[in-house]
Design a protein around this ligand. Sequence first.
Ligand SMILES: CC(=O)N[C@H]1[C@@H](OP(=O)(O)OP(=O)(O)OC[C@H]2O[C@@H](n3ccc(=O)[nH]c3=O)[C@H](O)[C@@H]2O)O[C@H](CO)[C@@H](O)[C@@H]1O
Ligand SMILES: C=C(OP(=O)(O)O)C(=O)O
Length: 420
Amino acid sequence: MVTKLVIRGGKPLYGKIRVSGSKNAVLPIIAACLLPNSACTLEDVPDLADVHIICRVLETLGAGITWLNSSTLIIEPPEKPRTEAPYEFVRKMRASFLVMGPLLARTGIASISLPGGCAIGSRPVDLHLKGFNMLGARIEHGYGSVLAEAGVNGLQGEKIYLDFPSVGATENIMMAAVMAKGQTIIENAAEEPEVVDLANFINAMGGKIKGAGTKVIRINGVKELHGVTHSVIPDRIEAGTYMVAAAITGGDIIVENVILDHLKPVAAKLKEMGVQVQELENAVRVTASEQYHAVDIKTMPYPGFPTDMQPQMMALMTVAKGTGIITETVFENRFMHVSELKRMGARIKVEGRMAVTEGPARLTGAYVKATDLRAGAAVVLAGLSSRGETVVGKVEHIMRGYEKLTEKLKSVGADIEYRD
Ligand SMILES: CC(=O)N[C@H]1[C@@H](OP(=O)(O)OP(=O)(O)OC[C@H]2O[C@@H](n3ccc(=O)[nH]c3=O)[C@H](O)[C@@H]2O)O[C@H](CO)[C@@H](O)[C@@H]1O
Ligand SMILES: C=C(OP(=O)(O)O)C(=O)O
């Protein structure tokens, strides 16, 4: 079993990398495959640990899963889904909780283990449950699980205001409401591109969702949905990570299969630091400069700067000149990478939700660990630009979100490999 990544850094990366389909778009889309009355085909599905987990969850609920090839998936919905998603899966991946909305829509009842917190925060699901409750489901907690049950009349459309534009709550409520009676309005909804991809998928199946990508989403309930073929959007966070790889190694990479519109805040901050970012057709070229300047970054819900790119940008900031302030507003504990980057020579101080970087630091290889997915990406990026050898432990976190990471990086000249 693979347990670590070994990187011999200091090489500028040159060439082309193709970005895979989005992890965070495909997970809710796979959950939504429980909704229609016939099979769906999903294209550009990334071959990732998280994708295999959600597929196992669907199989447990009675769905049929067939891989046509490494990126095409056929999902046959169960005629009568089972209604329980056990802890075994939810423990491994919080996004398993996204089957609750579709199960409620299909069967009127769902029992899912409560996902605990994780390395980046406590991550409650209160907003998901509040939404289900407003649609008429009774919510009961017990034995580490949550049971949601619609009354005899099924779910009823309602106006739901989210206290925070939660991505998962918006998606889960949208999926629950798609076959409810009447109209559901989600106010202060998440505007992330992954929410839009899910809405497009559901609409192609016959759903009636308007406004996805804005703060107000209107869903008119329909009686049933039918299977379709859908191509998943490119992964904006994977793209952003490779953009930083070009910059931090002093290289020049064309990142292909990119919707640059989804990466506006990342591209803007890279340019502000002095990185050259050139838009191409469905691609972006990122060319390094001699010296970068530190900037201030504040993570926000979309279209703000994505929290999922914060650790990678912090890695780049450590080699930039001057003082930069990174403020994390989305998750309360997303600075686990700081101590790992410091082991590599970075100068960073954390004060509450702010991290202050001082640079430029000359990074050196070290033994570090991937404390979570994007923290792992940050230490890989730092390792690629460091002198000497970096060994990254706990790579299972990285494998959750980066398809063919070593192959892609090797193809642009990196010296990197997974090891047992
Ligand atoms: C699989 C997936 O798509 N994951 C993404 C999704 O996670 P996820 O959907 O879990 O993120 P949310 O937008 O829900 O969470 C944002 C904040 O809201 C809080 N919250 C959320 C729900 C709730 O019921 N109550 C509550 O308080 C969370 O604790 C967190 O502090 O969006 C995050 C924010 O862009 C990304 O970092 C994750 O990569
Ligand atoms: C935090 C992330 O994912 P998840 O919500 O699945 O933990 C991420 O993709 O960076």
